[in-house]
Design a protein. Structure first.
Length: 276
């Protein structure tokens, strides 16, 4: 028997993996996701989403892709997880391989021509919209930014040949600010905030309900959820990690629920474990 079945759950409620089924659509997350989807469907070009560590940008990215499974057959998505290259040539070679293009060239201009021809063939002849998603965008330097800007210049009189979505940590703002020609191309930009008090409480309840809890009494007391918000600051990754440990504590100490005292004990335990 899995541990979560002991407390009336059918699934692990606080796994750290970014499962779209457990995505809690807060007010801010929902608006950003909807606007991002609209930007893609309207062929707007460049979108930039900034978020601190643990605010849910990876899950948001996966949920965006899921929205195009049934109603996005005209879209082709390509994902870059770690945009770190030594120079422009390395980035262009990577893009060629990503798009399935063969042949080698010593000249950057030739590789850009190959990429442009691929985009023209895909967008105009095949009627497909290419979307390039870049995670960890704050790792990109000036040379990579310039390549992205060049790709966004490939367009017809009526449409762009490629759309780019960049997910990045807040320090990417400085990179964007120092590249005016790139900044001017951002059609949609947003910053994912931490959850507020109300959404944090709803987040915990949502996860437990999605995991199949049908108990008569709440698994987490109201006081416990309030304290979780105060301690985590509303950052989803911190909330998930803390709630997981609280459930484990509940099993270890044979408690029937998580109350304020349990949260306080967990906070003190964490402080002691990481004390110098």
């Amino acid at each position: 028997m899995r541990y979560y079945e002991l407390i009336g759950l059918k699934r692990e409620p606080f796994s750290m993996t970014p499962d779209p089924e457990f995505f809690f659509e807060s007010k801010a997350h929902g608006e950003i996701l909807n606007r991002l989807e609209i930007a893609l469907r309207l062929n707007r070009g460049l979108s930039v989403i900034m978020a601190g560590i643990g605010t849910g940008k990876t899950t948001l990215s996966r949920l965006l892709l899921s929205r195009f499974i049934d109603f996005g057959k005209d879209f082709q998505f390509y994902l870059i997880m770690d945009p770190t290259w030594e120079n422009t040539r390395e980035f262009l070679v990577y893009l060629k391989r990503l798009f399935g293009l063969r042949g080698s060239s010593l000249y950057q201009s030739e590789m850009l021509n190959q990429l442009e021809n691929f985009l023209i063939d895909t967008a105009i002849k095949k009627g497909k919209q290419i979307v390039l998603i870049i995670d960890e965008g704050q790792k990109m330097g000036t040379e990579q930014i310039e390549v992205i800007r060049t790709l966004l210049n490939f367009e017809t009189n009526s449409r762009k040949l490629i759309q780019v979505v960049i997910y990045a940590q807040p320090e990417f703002k400085e990179v964007v600010a120092s590249h005016e020609n790139f900044k001017d191309r951002i059609a949609f930009g947003a910053t994912i905030p931490a959850l507020d008090r109300e959404d944090t409480i709803s987040f915990v309840d949502f996860r437990i309900n999605e995991a199949g809890y049908e108990g008569d009494e709440p698994l987490f007391s109201q006081e416990a959820k309030e304290m979780i918000y105060q301690h985590t600051g509303g950052y989803p990754r911190k909330i998930v990690n803390m709630c997981h440990h609280l459930i484990v504590d509940m099993l270890v100490y044979n408690n029937k629920s998580v109350d304020g005292a349990a949260v306080l004990n967990r906070i003190n335990s964490d402080d002691n474990n990481y004390a110098g």
